[in-house]
Design a protein around this ligand. Sequence first.
Ligand code: GCB
Length: 595
Amino acid sequence: MDEKVVTHIHSESYLEQYETKRLDHQSLVFRTNRPVESLNGRWYFSVDPYDTGLRANWPKDSLSPYWEKGTPWDYGWDEGELVPVPSCWNTVDPKYHYYEGSAWYARRVHYQPQQPGERVFLRVGAANYDTKIFLNGAYLGYHQGGSTPFCLELTAYLQEDNLLQLCVNNERFIERLPGRNTDWFNYGGLYRDVELIRLPSSFIQQLAIYLVPDGKFSSIKVEVELNQAGQAGADEMVYLEVPELDISVKSLVTGGRGEFTVQCQPELWRPENPKLYQCFVTYREDTIEDRVGFRQIETRGTELLLNGEPIFLRGICVHEDDGELGKTTTEARIRRMFSDAQELGCNFVRLAHYPHSELAAEIADEVGILLWEELPVYWTIDFTNTETYRDAENQLLELIKRDVNRSSVIIWSIGNENADTDDRLQFMRQLLHAAKKQDPTRMVAAACIVEGDRLAHDLDLIGINEYYGWYNPDFSGLTQLLKNWQPGKPVIVSETGADALAGYHGPATEMFTEEYMARVYQRQIAITREVDYIAGFSPWILYDFRAPRRQNRFQQGYNRKGLIADDKRTRKLAFRVLQAYYRQRQAADRLPLAD
Ligand code: GCB
C-alpha cells in the first residue's frame, strides 16, 4: 500500500501537528462597525466522523483536481453538499440533527488588493467548538471555544484565487467548556458570520471607551492598543471625536498601548433613556466609529447602583436557541427577544450560558436592556486541567474585548452551578481576577446553587439558582434559606421556574400544567420580593428550548420552563404572573423616595 495511506491510518497522534498556531484574544481585531466583506453564503460541507481529513491532510490533497490524482481519494472539497453559512449543521438537514464530530467547510475566495500595504484578516463570529483553518492547502491556525470570535491574518498567504477550508469539531469532552453534560443542545458548525476585514498596515487592534467610574460622571476614558506593523513601539497620535459632546482631542500613545481621559458631561445611559454617542477614534488611516453609552454600575452594601441610584433588575434568562436555526440568530430574532422581554416588564436579561451573538449587546445598548453575559463554565468541567483554565480565560478575554464598549453589559458571569470544590474555587478565583484586571468597570458574578458557596465571598454580586416549587417541592426551605442568609452584597435570583407544556391545563397541583407553573411563580415572587438584599430576579427562562436530556411525554426533547413556548409566540399563564409583578415593581421604583 501507498506509504502515506498506511502512516495516517496507524497514527493516533495526528492532532499534534494542528495544536500549534493557536488563535486567541491577542489575535482578535476590533470589529464593531468596520467595513467587512462577508464570506457568508453557500459553502461545501462534508461530515468527517473519523477525523480522516485531519489524519490524511485532506486540504493538501484538495489542491489537485481528481483527474490528476494517481491514487483513490476520500474527499473532494467541492464534492460535498452545499450548506448555508452561518448555520448549525443540526438544523440544515435532519440527517445531521444529532451529529457530533468533525465537519469540513470549503469555498473559494477571490482576492484583489485595494490599497497598497493593506492587511487582510479572516474573522469568524463563532464556530462550535474548535476550528482548524487551511488556506490553499496550508494549515494556518486553530481556535478553541464555541461562542467567541477569532481572527487570523491572511495577508501573506492570499493569492488571486484561494481555497479556504475550515474543519469544525463539536464533540463534547470533559476538558472543554462546557464539558460533556449540559441542559441544552450541542449545535455544531460555522454558526455566526464569516468575513474578511481589510485594514491599513498600521491599525487599531483594540479599543475601549467608557465613563470613568469615579462617581462624578464627568469624564470618559479611551484605551487603545495599536498594531503598528513595522514600527512597533513608535510614538503615535490617536484622535478622539465625539461631536455631540464637542470633543475633539488627540493624545500621544507610546509603546503601542495608551489611554487618555477627557472631561465632559454626557447624558447618562440607562434603560429608560439608552442614550448613545457616536465616537470616532482615529490612528493614521484607521478610523473606528462606535456608538457608546456612558453609565456607571457598582454595588453599595446589598444595593446595586446604576449611575449612583439603586436599581432592581427585573430580568429573565434566555438561551440562544431557535427551532429553525438552532444557535444561529438574526437581528430580527434578537429584536423580537428583547421586545418580548420588555413586554414582560424587564429591564435586564441574562444571556445564559455562553457568549451570545455580539448583535445582542449592540441591540440591548439601543433598546435599553441591561445584560448579564456568561462563560460556559457550566456544571462539571475539568477544574484541575490547566489547558481547560487557559481556554476559559481566553474565552473570557475574547468576550470582554468583543463587548467592552457595550454599556448594556453590566455583569460578567464566570460560571453556572459548579460544585464547590477546592479546585473549582481556585480556578474561579483566577478567572475572576483575570476579568477584573481586563475590565475593572463591571461586576463579576456567577450563578451558584447553594448560599454557602465559598466563591460568593469573592464575587461582586451573587447569583443564586433555586428551584423551590419544582426540583425542591417544599417552599419553606426557600423562606429559611433567605431568612438565615446575610450575604453582605447584592443577590440576584439568577434562576427559578417550573416546566409547563403550553396549552396543557389542569389543577395547580399537577406538574407540567400551566397552572402549576403559574403557582410556582406566584409563590416565588411572594417570598423573594420581601428580601431586601435581593437586587434582581431573573427566572428560567423566556422561551422553551431544545434539551436532548429531556424526553418525557411533555418535554419531547425540550426544556419547557419557557414563559413562552418554543414557537416564540404562545404565552403561558406564568408570563402574566411575572408581568404583573414587574409592572408593580416598575411603578414603585418610579415613586420618589420619602425623606
Ligand atoms: C439549572 C441550569 C439550567 C437548566 C435549568 C433546568 O439550574 O442552570 O441550565 O436548564 O436548571 O431547567 O433545570
